[in-house]
Design a protein around this ligand. Structure first.
Ligand code: NAP
Length: 285
């Protein structure tokens, strides 16, 4: 019996935690298979995807810079991928056709449910950022019954584009209005969930410098960034009274649906897996 192959396609790809996660699940669930990081340049992406099933690949995760191109070249897209406008998970069918899915939004919600029992129905959300990941998260929140998603983004056109896709439950606020303590207080006022979906505060990235006003004890703040684990946004939200949820769990949960499709077992997101990823050891078996 041939060994099933899967992997993550990106460029660069050396930093990816996905091989660590999937090879851990392969080992603990005693599944035969191998998951590899593959540095594939944009020009090679379509031909590589076309050939991969004949090499024994059952599917891929897709990361920067291929998430948008994958939408164009997958033979079929899930509803979530269409709503998110991006693909992060591909499974090949028996004919080798690429079926594209987006699991970021699902991973975002599962992480909040697992860590603090947060559910979106009827809730109000204040979100910083309107990039690719933000779109997947807004889609998941709206489709799961969130009452309102208040959005602010440096480039207003990206925020407007999300409103035009997701409609009236998305409200826009000026980025400038969120820069000072007064504007930001109005922006987060009454929010059950605060989300940082920008790259502000990421290790080596632009700095998060804003303060937050006092927050209700029931409010939850979460960051999509997972390096560092406690971002400046989460640190200030915690200091102002909110419960916080880091972005690592989203990364782990978004990986689970692909693994299940490729290898036929639903993996669990456990403390042991979190510890392994945080320690960074054992990337390949
Ligand atoms: P993206 O499409 O490039 O969007 C980046 C976002 O950050 C945009 O809202 C952008 O605003 C904003 N931004 C960047 N630099 C800024 C600056 N100097 N000042 C103000 N705003 C700035 O990236 P993405 O894919 O959405 O990823 C966003 C973050 O989520 C990244 O940190 C990524 O690592 C993280 N992420 C985590 C997971 C997970 O599983 N935990 C999954 C996906 C992404 P503009 O539109 O104005 O450029």
């Amino acid at each position: 019996m041939s060994i099933k192959l899967a992997g993550v396609l990106g460029s660069p790809i050396g930093h990816s935690k996905s091989p660590l996660i999937h090879n851990y699940w392969l080992k603990t669930l005693k599944k035969k298979g191998l998951y590899v990081p593959l540095d594939v340049r944009p020009d090679d992406f379509p031909s590589f995807l076309n050939m991969a099933p004949r090499l024994g690949f059952v599917g891929f995760n897709v990361t920067i810079p291929h998430k948008g191109m994958a939408v164009e070249i997958c033979a079929e897209l899930s509803g979530a991928a269409q709503r998110a406008g991006s693909v992060n998970t591909i499974a090949f069918d028996a004919e080798g056709r690429a079926l594209g899915d987006s699991t970021d939004g699902d991973g975002f919600l599962r992480n909040l449910a697992q860590r603090v029992g947060w559910e979106p129905q009827g809730k109000r959300v204040a979100m910083f950022g309107a990039g690719g990941a933000a779109r997947a998260v807004v889609a998941a929140l709206i489709d799961s019954g969130a009452e309102q998603v208040r959005l602010t983004n440096r480039s207003a056109d990206r925020a407007e584009s999300l409103k035009s896709i997701f409609g009236n439950r998305v409200e826009l606020a000026e980025w400038g209005g969120a820069t000072g303590p007064t504007g930001i207080a109005a922006f987060v006022d009454g929010a059950d969930l605060l989300v940082n979906a920008t790259s502000l505060g990421m290790s080596g990235g632009p700095e998060w410098t804003w303060r937050l006003p006092p927050l209700a004890a029931a409010a939850v703040a979460t960051d999509l960034i997972y390096a560092p684990l406690k971002t400046p946004f989460l640190a200030t939200a915690e200091a102002q009274g909110a419960q916080i949820v880091d972005g690592l769990g989203m990364l782990l949960h978004q990986a689970a649906p692909g693994f299940e499709r490729w290898f036929g077992a639903r993996p669990e997101v456990t403390e042991a897996l979190r510890e392994l990823v945080l320690s960074g050891e054992g990337a390949l078996p």
